[in-house]
Every structure is written in structure tokens, then in C-alpha cells.
Design a protein around this ligand. Structure first.
Ligand code: TEU
Length: 598
């Protein structure tokens, strides 16, 4: 054995040479392994943090209300060509998904949510060719296109309803028809249900000599989903748009899809104080909202979309619209759709500050079914704008909140500029919901004020249209609040939004959970990210008083942080981007917010 071992002196030069070579080979191999491990680790990290999430998790969804976005032909109403002409705007903002409110053929009694042909574009908005171009142009810019799908009702001018009026043939039971009931010899609707926009929801039709049910305006009869042909035909509508390359759908008014089979049942009173008997909230909607039968229909849509996903491997997205708490809305995850979360749009207590916002946000996270993805919305075409609800001075901090939370954010057009609402007199009000409530109360309900044209520049009608009369007036403040002006100003709402939307793509703001830090009546703060992704502290004063706090403990666990984004309203150079800020005693005034790299 001994002889088998060689001492150093016994080694021949060739052996030494071999050993040297072996050593350098091993060294090279080790180096290679280290480099490969680093690449692998990085890929894994990148994958975990970002790339394996579907596009609808990583992107902001930007809602376009086509009437108000950009008019290309001078009729005062926005259109598809107008949108195409502005697609670069989304690239500027780093927005990767747009949702278009209805652009289909419509008599416009509810501004496009009353569809008379589901498979064509209304001439006001353009043509199918324009839509195809919009999809093509968007995709070439890496922007996904989500369309509004309106399954619950349609226009009374739709051929299916016109056929149904005859009372015979295939379309006879496509809608909810009833003889009503007789009370003291008088004909009456079958029940006490109310329309969502308030008032009656049963309308007598002389031709058919029956009542039909309409959850919204009388020109929007509800479809009857207990008829399998309706289900099938609406699936085909979906296929039509999937064939044209759309990436997702936002489903309108999902909660109203079914009504109790026995329509001779009244809904009970809600006993909510100060609600008059004709107002929708007067009743509790046990026969007309969120019936379990909706599940199978939504699953059917998911199946249709899965067919397309299977073809090209591209994830398709379904988000459904309902204003309900997690216990109700989260059922829609089981059906294959993401339910909108409107907790930040309505239901926040007056004077909501840090604690109260945390409660609203936790309501989403804590109730999320395992494996499902959270989401947040700040506004839409049915609700008051952020500047109206939280104050003009809070626009930036609210965008900071929306874009730094974990979950898919939806931004309503113009919120990136902090657009303000317009004033519309009762005489000029166009929205049927407002009109229903009369001169006394129309401002509570009218949606016209949040639908004014997007303010592009300081030229006539804010560059929205060449017409002298846009369909709704442009906000008189457009000369200073517009895209062109804000693009040039480094710390404008627009550029803060752009920075936030860009930062949001960092792995720290994707998968890692929100870890709440200092939270009090004013401050809401949280840490995003891990040691792997890099960590950020987001802190915002959402209350009414100045607040000084120590952030150095867990989860920030740092003495200072470097400012990455601020809300611009600081007037103190120490909060400028790039500055290091001490976390032991940090003061924020109402409306101020910071994103700090730890
Ligand atoms: O809205 C559905 C709808 O009724 C909610 O906005 C409503 O405020 C809530 O359910 C009341 O509790 C959708 C569209 O977003 C809206 O623009 C249409 O007018 C409506 O459907 C009818 O299509």
C-alpha cells in the first residue's frame, strides 16, 4: 500500500503537470458551476418574482370609456380610431392591458350597455376593421385587449327581442315574460322587484300583451338564462370576439344574470333608513342577485376561453362586476372568474385613515381563497372620481396605494392625471340613472360628471375632438391639467403614475405579500419584497393630521431608506428622489406618500 503512495519528491514532472491540469480543470468546472448556479438562481428568482405570473397579474388594467377617450372624426364622440391614435400613451405609461367599455351597435339609451348587435361595432365608434386594427396595433405594442361583455340584458331593438315580441318561435322565451297578476281586477306586475337604477323593472308590452323584466332601463330587457339556447348563443358571441384576438372580458352586472324561477315572490324590505320606496336599496335582493345558477354559465364562458388558451398558450382573463363583500364575490373564483373588488370605491367610512384603509385592504387579502390573486379598483365609469371622493390633493397618494399593493390594479381613464369631475345641470344630464332621481337628487346618481373627455392638451376642447361640441363638456381646467402639460413636468401626477406603473413591474411588487408596518389613524405603510427581490417601504398619510412615526422595527428593520418615488407635495429637498431618509422619526402630512428602497 505504502508503495502506492508517492511523496512529493517522488513525483515526476509529468505527474505535476497532470495535477496542475486537473486542478485548473476542476477550478474551471467549479467556476462554471458557480456561474450556472447564479444564472439558474437568477432565472428562478426572476421566474418566482415575475415572469411566471400571467399578464393580468403583472399588468395594470386601464379602463377606456370609448365615448370620452379620443375622437378621430370630429363628431364629438370618442371612437376606436381615436384609441388607436393614442396607443403610444400606454407605452409611455407602461400600461400593458386596456379594457374597453362597450363599442357595439347600440341605440345608446345606456351609452352602449344596451346592445342591439353584439357582433358589430356601432358606427359612432367605427367598424369591425377598426377593431381588428386596434387589436393588432395593441398586440404589436405588447398591450392586451379586454372587452366589455354584457350578458345580462340587451337593447329592446336587438333582433332577438324584436322576434320575442311575436310570442312564437325560437326567441319566445329568450326574455322573462309574465302575464303579471291581478289585484282588485287591476293588472299588476308579478312581484315588487325594483330596477337597479330605481323604479319599475316590469314593463307592459302591448304587442305581446305581457310584462317583460328589465333590471336596468326599460330599453334593456333581461335575457332568460334558464333557456339553454340563450346560454349557447351568448357563448357564440364570446367566440366571435375571441376569434378576433381579444385577451379577456370584463363581465357586466354579473349578479343580475338569474332571477328566482318562481317570479311570484316579493323581495323583502331592507329597512335601510331614509331610502324611499322606489329606490333599489329599499329591498333586499334575494330573488334577483347572485343566484347560484350563475356559476354554470360563468364556467361555460371560462370553457370557451380555455379553448382559445389551449390553442396558443396565451392566458385569457375574466373579471366580473359586482359590488359585494368577499363572502359573496369570492364564489366567482370557483366559477373560473376574478370578481372585482370595489372596497376602495364604496363602503369606506367617511374620513377613512390608515387603520381604516388597512381594514379594507385586509378584507381582500384575508378572505382570498388559496391560490387566488387579489385585485383593487379606485374608480370606474359608474362612480365618482378619486379627486371627488378623496380630494384633489390625494390623487397621487391614492395612485401610490393602488399601484404598490399586491394585486391587479384597475385605473379608470384620466385618474393618472388626477382629472376632476365636470358639473352638469339637470337639464343637460344625459345619464338615465341621474334623470330617474329628478332635479332634487340627480347629482347623487348621475354618472355624467365622471365621464367627461380625456384632457389631452391645451388646444380647443383639450385636443379630444375637433368638434365644438363634445358629447359631454370638457372640464374647464383642461388648460393646466392635461397630458401634454403633465408629460413635461417631472413631478406631475402623470409622471408619478408612470414611475409607479414602472416600479410595479419589479419582482418586489409582484408576488411577495404586503407586510403592514406602521399603521395608525393617519398612516398606512407596508413593506414589499424580500431579501431576494429587494425590499421597499411604502408609507402614506391617508388621514387628516400630520403624523411622525418610527419605522425602524420589523418589518422594515432598517435605519434609513432611499426615496424612489414621492407624491411631489413635500417642498423639502430631503425627500427628493435619491435622498436617504432616516426612518427613526419620519413625518408625513396628509396626502404625502413615499416609496423608499430599504
Ligand atoms: O353596472 C352595473 C351596476 O348596476 C352597478 O354599477 C350598480 O351601481 C350596482 O350594481 C348597484 O349596486 C353596469 C355598467 O357598469 C353600467 O355602466 C351600466 O349602466 C349597467 O351595468 C347596465 O348595463
Amino acid at each position: 500500500m505504502k508503495g502506492a503512495l508517492k511523496t512529493r519528491s517522488e513525483e515526476r514532472p509529468q505527474d505535476v503537470q497532470n495535477e496542475k491540469q486537473n486542478f485548473s480543470t476542476v477550478f474551471l468546472l467549479v467556476q462554471l458551476v458557480v456561474v450556472l448556479a447564479a444564472i439558474g438562481g437568477y432565472m428562478l428568482y426572476a421566474k418566482r418574482g415575475h415572469t411566471d405570473l400571467q399578464w393580468w397579474k403583472t399588468s395594470v388594467i386601464y379602463q377606456i370609456y370609448p365615448r370620452s377617450f379620443k375622437d378621430s372624426d370630429g363628431d364629438g364622440i370618442g371612437d376606436l380610431r381615436g384609441i388607436i391614435s393614442k396607443l403610444d400613451y400606454f407605452q409611455y405609461l407602461n400600461i400593458k392591458a386596456i379594457w374597453l367599455s362597450p363599442f357595439y351597435t347600440s341605440p345608446m339609451k345606456d351609452f352602449g350597455y344596451d346592445i342591439s348587435n353584439h357582433t358589430d361595432v356601432d358606427p359612432i365608434f367605427g367598424t369591425l376593421k377598426d377593431f381588428d386594427d386596434l387589436v393588432k396595433e395593441s398586440h404589436s405594442r405588447d398591450i392586451k385587449v379586454i372587452i366589455d361583455f354584457v350578458p345580462n340584458h340587451m337593447s329592446d331593438q336587438h333582433p332577438w327581442f324584436q322576434e320575442s315580441l311575436k310570442g312564437t318561435g325560437k326567441y319566445r322565451d329568450y326574455f322573462l315574460w309574465s302575464d303579471g297578476k291581478s289585484s282588485f281586477g287591476m293588472r299588476k306586475p308579478p312581484n315588487n322587484w325594483l330596477g337597479v337604477f330605481s323604479g319599475e323593472c316590469w314593463r307592459w308590452n302591448e304587442q305581446r300583451k305581457q310584462y317583460y323584466y328589465h333590471a336596468f332601463v326599460k330599453e334593456q330587457p333581461d335575457l332568460n338564462y334558464r333557456n339553454p339556447d340563450v346560454v349557447k348563443d351568448m357563448n357564440d358571441v364570446l367566440r366571435f370576439w375571441m376569434e378576433r384576438g381579444v385577451d379577456g372580458i370584463r363581465v357586466d352586472a354579473i349578479m343580475k344574470l338569474f332571477e328566482s324561477e318562481n317570479i311570484f315572490q316579493d323581495e323583502p324590505r331592507s329597512n335601510r333608513p331614509d331610502v324611499p320606496a322606489f329606490q333599489y336599496e329599499y329591498l333586499t335582493h334575494i330573488h334577483t342577485e347572485n343566484l347560484p345558477e350563475i356559476g354554470d354559465v360563468v364556467r361555460g364562458w371560462k370553457k370557451v376561453m380555455d379553448e382559445y388558451e389551449a390553442k396558443d398558450g396565451q392566458s385569457r382573463f375574466i373579471v366580473v362586476e359586482l359590488y359585494d363583500p368577499p363572502a359573496i364575490r369570492n364564489k366567482y373564483y370557483d366559477y373560473g372568474a376574478m370578481p372585482f373588488n370595489f372596497d376602495l370605491v364604496e363602503g369606506l367610512k367617511a374620513d377613512c385613515g390608515g387603520n381604516c384603509f388597512m381594514e379594507a385592504i385586509s378584507n381582500e387579502y384575508d378572505n382570498l381563497p388559496a391560490g387566488e390573486w387579489p385585485k383593487f379598483v379606485l374608480g370606474n365609469h359608474d362612480r365618482k372620481r378619486v379627486s371627488k371622493r378623496f380630494g384633489v390633493e390625494s390623487v397621487n397618494v391614492m395612485n401610490m396605494l393602488l399601484l404598490t399593493l399586491k394585486g391587479t390594479p384597475t385605473t379608470y381613464y384620466g385618474e393618472e392625471l388626477g382629472m376632476e369631475e365636470i358639473e352638469v345641470s339637470f337639464e343637460e344630464t344625459q345619464d338615465p340613472w341621474g334623470i330617474n332621481f329628478g332635479k332634487e337628487r340627480y347629482t347623487e346618481f348621475s354618472r355624467d360628471p365622471c365621464r367627461s373627455p380625456l384632457q389631452w392638451d391645451a388646444s380647443s376642447q383639450s385636443g379630444f375632438t375637433s368638434s365644438s361640441k363634445p358629447w359631454l363638456p370638457v372640464n374647464p381646467g383642461y388648460k393646466t391639467c392635461n397630458v401634454q402639460v403633465q408629460k413635461k413636468k417631472k413631478d406631475s401626477s402623470l409622471n408619478i403614475y408612470k414611475s409607479l406603473a414602472t416600479l410595479r413591474e419589479a419582482p418586489a411588487f409582484q408576488d411577495p405579500d404586503v407586510q403592514f408596518a406602521v399603521v395608525n389613524d393617519n398612516i398606512l405603510s407596508y413593506v414589499r419584497g424580500t431579501a431576494n427581490t429587494g425590499r421597499y417601504l411604502v408609507t402614506m398619510n391617508l388621514g387628516h393630521d400630520s403624523s411622525t412615526a418610527d419605522y425602524t422595527n420589523e418589518p422594515a428593520n432598517a435605519k434609513s431608506g432611499r426615496v424612489v418615488i414621492n407624491t411631489e407635495n413635500f417642498n423639502e429637498a430631503k425627500f427628493n428622489v435619491g435622498k436617504s431618509v432616516s426612518l427613526s422619526s419620519l413625518t408625513l402630512k396628509p396626502g404625502q406618500g413615499l416609496v423608499l428602497k430599504l
